[in-house]
Design a binder for this molecule. Structure first.
Ligand SMILES: Nc1ncnc2c1ncn2[C@@H]1O[C@H](COP(=O)(O)OP(=O)(O)O)[C@@H](O)[C@H]1O
Ligand SMILES: [Mg+2]
Length: 364
């Protein structure tokens, strides 16, 4: 096991820049998730660490060793691909044992290790089958077993669950988390699914357009998004983002007048507030009022979309709450859970209880 360091890594495909100066250290044993929308450079980053792609600039270290010129097979990383990458003509046993075979482990020594890896992912009875005789989830587990059969220094997993149905994804997520914990192998895991990122990661690197937008624990990223991109990307339903003016401790926007705020900054801002931090309130307590546009019962609560002039705001109400479309209701925002962003740059300029924290943010 080893730390992985990317220093000033760039990748250009012709005139197109896929990665812009990436600096990232994944600690020994850490579970790091690269999260971002399709096309932001996640797979490219993985392929560079694996050695399947050369960086245009920068260095990659695995442990103490700089691996830029080390062949993929000699980097001691195991990669799990989105499409599993199994050999269709080989049995489960031979698929799992393939990394041992190419490294010249004698046949006799292979079978015990294959059996051990297969048992870890509960594939023991299926070793004689061919991939086409397996379900999607079972194929996924073969790919995992092939990765763990030789305890590499680093696991690289590129959207390994995206071909599975929703229920199986949740089960496999827990299995991957458990396995990584048990093995303690440094893991870089790529996904565009923020729930997967939040549930699995020690730390998340949120990427957009070939750049890391924020690196932090799931809590940090959720509670203190560094900019509008991260604010809008993390959370489901997403954070409400409302353009307005901040001055003398009051945020104003059409139909919104939110006083008693502490941040020192002023000017054109975007207010961010998560649905769970806005509740339906009696007239006396309401910060703003609007008409109910839609009510959706999620099971544990109701999501209420409210029209405030042209803006739509999503609030969360208890599961017992009943509201009619078109009805005017009051809403109250939790003052301790507000976020403010500079409208020009999108950069976080603080929250209601942080004061003006832009300098502090930079130091973290
Ligand atoms: N071999 C290539 N040639 C040209 N462009 C590429 C190549 N590989 C990836 N790209 C581009 O680089 C960007 C990042 O791709 P990728 O890393 O696969 O994104 P992600 O995995 O985040 O969806 C995309 O715009 C993609 O089209
Ligand atoms: Mg990809």
């Amino acid at each position: 096991m080893a730390a992985v360091t990317l220093s000033g890594v760039e990748k250009h495909f012709g005139t197109f820049t896929a990665l812009q100066r990436l600096d990232l250290t994944i600690a020994d044993g850490e579970f790091l998730v690269l999260l971002g929308p399709s096309g932001c450079g996640k797979t490219t980053t993985m392929r560079i660490v694996a050695g399947l792609e050369d960086p245009s600039a920068g260095a990659i270290h695995i442990g103490e060793r700089m691996v830029n010129d080390v062949r993929p097979k000699d980097r001691d990383v195991a990669m799990v691909f989105q499409n599993y990458g199994l050999y269709p003509h080989m049995s489960v046993e031979d698929n799992i044992g393939y990394p041992l075979k190419v490294r010249g482990v004698p046949r006799g020594d292979r079978s015990a290790r294959i059996r051990h890896a297969a048992e870890k992912v509960e594939l023991g009875p299926l070793l004689d089958r061919k991939p086409r005789q397996l379900s999607g989830g079972q194929r996924q587990r073969v790919a995992l077993a092939r990765a763990i059969v030789r305890t590499p220094q680093v696991f690289l997993m590129d959207e390994p669950l995206s071909n599975l149905d929703a229920k199986l994804r949740v089960t496999m997520r827990a299995e991957i988390k458990h396995l990584q914990n048990e093995l303690g192998v440094t893991t870089i895991y790529v996904t565009h699914d923020q729930i997967e990122a939040m549930t699995l990661a020690d730390r998340v690197a949120v990427m957009s357009q070939g750049r890391i937008q924020q690196l932090g624990t799931p809590e940090e990223i959720y509670d203190r998004p560094a900019n509008l991109f991260v604010a809008g990307f993390i959370g489901s339903p997403p954070m409400n983002l409302i353009s307005g003016q901040l001055s003398a401790g009051t945020f104003t926007a059409p139909q919104i007048d939110l006083g008693g705020l502490s941040p020192a900054s002023s000017g054109s801002v975007v207010l961010g507030v998560r649905p769970e931090d806005i509740t339906v309130a009696d007239d006396a307590d309401a910060d703003f009022r609007g008409s109910v546009y839609a009510v959706e019962l999620t099971g544990e609560s109701n999501l209420v979309t409210v029209l405030l002039g042209r803006e739509r705001v999503i609030a969360r109400a208890s599961r017992a709450w009943r509201g009619r479309t078109g009805e005017t209701i009051g809403l109250r925002a939790d003052r301790s859970r507000l976020h403010f962003f500079d409208r020009e740059t999108g950069v976080r300029i603080g929250g209601a209880q942080e004061g003006n924290t832009s300098e502090r943010d930079l130091q973290q």
